[in-house]
Structures are given as structure tokens and as C-alpha cells.
Design a protein around this ligand. Sequence first.
Ligand code: 2P0
Length: 356
Amino acid sequence: MSTVYQATASAPVNIAVIKYWGKRDTKLILPTNSSLSVTLDQDHLRSTTTSRADPSFVKDTLWLNGKEDEIKPGGRLATCISELKRLRQATVENEDPSAPKLSTYKVHIASYNNFPTAAGLASSASGFAALVASLAQLYALPVSPSTLSIIARQGSGSACRSLYGGFVAWQEGVLPDGSDSLAVQVAPQSHWPEIHALICVVSDDKKGTSSTSGMQLTVETSTLLQHRIKAVVPQRMKDISKAILEKDFDTFARITMADSNQFHAVALDTEPPIFYMNDVSRAIIAVIVEYNRLSLANGQGYKAAYTYDAGPNAVIYAEEKNIKEIIQLIVSFFPQREGTFKDNLGVFAQGAEVNA
Ligand code: 2P0
């Protein structure tokens, strides 16, 4: 019987608090600014990928949620796969001539997202991170998650941050080959386990402008982006990293909301303008602003921080002790309607789906 070479790995979704928006190199996926995210520590917002290498396979093949997906030559998927094969050869096979030449075999890859597309969450970050982690395991690559993040980055920028759990920075780097544009862990989740994320699904419609094309339009046309890159993000990266290390929720919340606001401002500053939030998104902002205002007036500091990606869904970061109150607040303002998930404002909390 021949040996089966197969490995399975999974990676969770991450939600940025300092947003990545803009590339200085579109092929290598090098960003115009550093970013920072929280990797969601829950079982049901993950991609799980199984990879198998076999000499009998005739071509590299990918199934996404059970459906075959094209691997375009020279495309992002092909780049990730060939980079991992190259690493296998350069490390394991070159060092140990008796190691099986897995880099010469074609691979079959099956990837599943366990969250419904209806959750309205981008799956490219967890998807590419799980794919890279699974092939790295299959090939027994003796490399760090940061090295793997360089490869995941070339699949989708935000994917590099899902190689680590907890609080993760993607350092933009300065080198033209992208070898220093990688993810590092600022702190593990266990450092600040009280931080939870509430995902409020406002709409599961496919967004109008993809991140990839939207951010390029912003780079080409927005003057505000230039200000953001040079004068705003570097200080925010330092300040929010410090806030995380010191478990300073007030600073974390202020910077998170300010950076979400500025990301949507640069989207609006794009020609033609890009709108990702809708009326419900803005109403949720108003609720959180008022909730914080009352809390601050009572001398209790910030209790919640909203952030929005390239779509209308809200993610609310809060400390565990306030999560229940925030869910009740959101649900009282935005009652859950009967009917399909699509019609509802779904609320997911870190750790469990909330039936409100
Ligand atoms: C982020 N987003 O930092 C930001 C905030 C959306 C808004 O990363 O072209 O899907 O594949 O590198 O990673 C979305 O961008 O774009 C994104 P590509 P990606 O999470």
C-alpha cells in the first residue's frame, strides 16, 4: 500500500481595528500601510482545508465548499501553491535526499467555510490562511507562521493576519520583494481574553465594490489616503499596540472607531465614491456612540467599539462583562424579524451564536 500524504488545518476570520486599504504593489500584495486585527477565537467562523499530494494526480485542483474552483495560472492561488512547493524543495527535500519529493506531486485541496455565506463575512482571509497552513503541514515545512504569512499575503492581503491568533499586526515592510511585509503577533488571545467580538449581520448581499478593485481606485484618486498613510496610521499602530499590551479598553475603543471612520472616509474620498455602510450601519454607530456617551458621563469609560469593513455589517468589540447588555441594546433597536436569516439582523457573539 502506498503512503497517503494528507494534512488538514483550519484558520479563523480576523477583523481589523487598523484597516488595510491600498496596495503599493498589486502583484506581491504589498500594502500602503500597516494594519492590525483581532483573530476571532471561535469554532464557527473558520475555514478548514485538507490537502493531499499524490503522484497519480494530474493537476492541482481546489474544491471550495464542495465545488471545483479554477486555479488560474499565475493567479493568487497558483502563486501560493507554487511558493509552498518551492519552500518544500528548498528546505525538506534539499536537506534530506530520502524525503519524498512531494514538491513534484500535484495536490488536491478541499476547503470549507463553516460560517454561512449569509454571515456576510469575507472568507478570503481565513480561506487563504487555512490553505497555506494545510500545505505547510502536508510539506512539513520547518518555518514560522510569520514566514507562512508572507505566502498567505500573496493570496489575499488580510489573510496574512489569520496565521496567528489573538492581536496581530501586519507590518507593511520596506523591501521591494515583500520579504519583510509579514504578520507578527502583538499579544495572544490569552493576554486579554475579556475582549469579545459581536458580529451584527446587517446584510448578506454581495458587496458592490470588491476590496481589491475598491482599494486600487482609492490609491489612484484619494488625497485623504495619502494623509492617512503618512500622518495617521503609523502613530495609531503604536498607540493601539500599547493599548492592547496595557489592556486599555478606552484607548483601544477610541482608535478602533476612529480608524473605521477614516477607512470609510477614504472610501468616500475615492473617485467615483465608494459607500460600504448603509442606513442600518449608521444607526448602529449612533446607538454605540450614545451608549458610550452615557457610560462616559457615569465615569465608566468606553464600553463598546464599532468597526466596519468593506460592507455594511458591524463588528462590535467589547469586554465580556458588557456583551449581554450590548446584545440586548442592539436587539431592542433592531428587532430580529421572523423569516429567513437573510432578512434578519443576525448577531454572533464570540464563542456562541446568540438567539435573541
Ligand atoms: C482589513 N479589508 O484590514 C481591510 C478593511 C477590508 C476593509 O483587508 O486584494 O480581501 O485580497 O489583498 O485582503 C479586504 O482586503 O484584499 C481587507 P486583497 P482583502 O481587513
